[in-house]
Design a protein around this ligand. Structure first.
Ligand code: THG
Length: 267
């Protein structure tokens, strides 16, 4: 499982304030904590606190200086993404990265695929288009297949393509959970080998009680359906333990009595 730490996101109060005040310490502390917890990538997102390319570049530089962990460069504005990726190249050289994200929209898909080629990154494709996010399975799969086809045609191999079925809040869109799981099953059949399948996990527990339980139950179900990457709270020990256990049950890791310890040290 590819664990992408969600915490460096301007929508969290402490990170939002640190971005506004250009304070590196809180951001760098979260970079270190998530790395120690076993994050494979760190998602880096300004949230709603800024739309400035300079701020995005500053945030990326701040994280890259603190840890060697690869980033998931997360924004939905092409101009910010260009600035962020250029900064990433300056400060991190050829360190692996994920570009988060493109959609199937005409104005975004080719430009972002070209950026993934240029910067030698992975690319998350979120299955929405000009009409917004689909509610049904078929439209999700249609858009996933379109993103996969365009990215493949441009030379991205399946291991560099991540399809995201768009996880919705359980509290408000209860019927979407099973549609997401079915879309994941069908994404896994798009090619052989399949692309990665990635979820923004914490969307599921938005405004709900029992956040941890909802997150880990859903992630285990998503893994059984074929999901192999998640932007999530890597500090949640019970979540990571559930992931490690699901990996055993799916026969992706070898059993040992100390498998939880082993999973934490895997990187
Ligand atoms: N797909 C892709 N990228 C994404 C998402 C996705 N990036 C952003 C987001 N969704 C994933 N990251 C988060 C980070 C934090 C939270 C949810 C998703 C979160 N937010 C709190 C809440 O909603 O209650 C608010 C923050 C707070 O507690 O202060 O937990 O789907 N490709």
């Amino acid at each position: 499982m590819i664990l992408i730490g969600e915490r460096i996101n301007g929508s969290f109060k402490d990170i939002g304030a640190a971005i506004k005040e250009k304070k590196k310490a809180p951001i760098q502390e979260w970079a270190k904590k998530q790395t120690e917890a076993g994050a494979d990538y760190l998602d880096v997102n300004l949230g709603a606190v800024s739309k400035s390319p300079e701020d995005f570049s500053w945030l990326i530089k701040t994280v890259c200086e603190a840890v060697p962990t690869p980033l998931s460069v997360d924004c939905n504005k092409l101009e910010l993404m260009r600035a962020g990726l250029e900064t990433h190249r300056e400060v991190a050289g050829s360190r692996p990265l994920i570009i988060n994200s493109t959609t199937a929209e005409e104005s975004k898909l080719m430009p972002l695929v070209e950026l993934a080629v240029k910067y030698d990154g992975g690319l998350i494709g979120v299955v929405m288009d000009e009409r917004g996010s689909p509610q049904d399975v078929d439209r999700r799969v249609e858009l996933g297949a379109k993103i996969f086809a365009v990215a493949s045609e441009a030379g991205l191999t399946p291991d560099r393509i991540y399809l995201d079925p768009i996880v919705m809040p359980l509290k408000f869109m209860q019927e979407q959970g099973k549609n997401v799981l079915e879309a994941i099953r069908q994404f896994a059949m798009i090619s052989d080998p399949p692309p990665h399948i990635s979820v923004g996990l914490s969307n599921i527990c938005s405004k709900a009680e029992e956040r941890g339980l909802i997150n880990r139950t859903f992630l285990v179900m998503a893994m059984a359906a074929g999901c192999d990457a998640a932007i999530c709270n890597v500090m949640d020990t019970e979540l990571v333990n559930a992931v490690a256990t699901a990996e055993l049950i799916l026969n992706k890791e070898i059993y040992s009595d100390s498998y939880l310890k082993a999973y934490r040290k895997r990187a």
